[in-house]
Design a protein around this ligand. Structure first.
Ligand code: FMN
Ligand code: ADP
Length: 141
């Protein structure tokens, strides 16, 4: 997979995400930075912090007429107002292509599975970084 690394600012969407337990920050990004569609496990940088997340780049075939591409990120273990803020997103792994779901229940079940995968794929990176930090610091001291 080609790694994507881009920055965008958060605008409002249909405000449906929060009603299904998955608030998703809609990002305005430079189209030339995005050359693919699909669902990804990602690292999100916001205000000096780093989080694991799941991202969809697509046309939301379950809800839309399938013409307008959006970039949406759900950040794991985060709650807060991001409207107007800037996020930098780095893809870690491609999870699956975007699908048309029959109903919200089926979408939510898949989103839970996406989050489960992202935890497995993204969080070990942080654990490894934390494990490595003390010995490196000691070696430099
Ligand atoms: C990780 C992730 C995967 C998604 N996968 C799909 C998908 O396969 N099909 C789809 O129609 N929408 C998908 N969505 C988009 C949701 O339908 C969207 O977040 C929801 O419509 C809420 O939109 P809102 O932020 O405008 O309120 C996905 C969103 C995320 C964050
Ligand atoms: N964990 C989270 N991940 C992403 N956005 C979150 C999260 N927690 C709170 N938010 C906020 O919720 C908004 C997304 O909620 P949502 O209902 O999908 O609305 P919208 O359709 O306007 O994107 C984000 O823009 C952000 O301000």
């Amino acid at each position: 997979m080609n790694k994507l690394n881009f920055t965008g600012h958060v605008v409002s969407g249909k405000q449906l995400g929060r009603t299904i337990g998955f608030p998703t920050a809609n990002l305005v990004v430079n189209r030339t930075q995005i050359d693919t569609h699909g669902v990804f496990a990602v690292t999100v940088h916001h205000a000096g912090n780093q989080y694991a997340g799941v991202m969809n780049i697509g046309v939301r075939p379950s809800f839309e007429d399938g013409t307008h591409t959006t970039v949406e990120v759900h950040i794991l273990d985060f709650a807060g107002d991001l409207y107007g803020d800037t996020l930098t997103v780095e893809t870690i792994a491609f999870l699956r292509p975007e699908q048309a779901f029959e109903n919200l229940e089926a979408l939510v079940a898949q989103l839970k599975e996406d989050v489960r995968q992202a935890r497995k794929l993204v969080e070990p990176n942080y654990m490894y970084a934390r494990m490595m930090t003390p010995p490196v610091t000691l070696a430099l001291a």
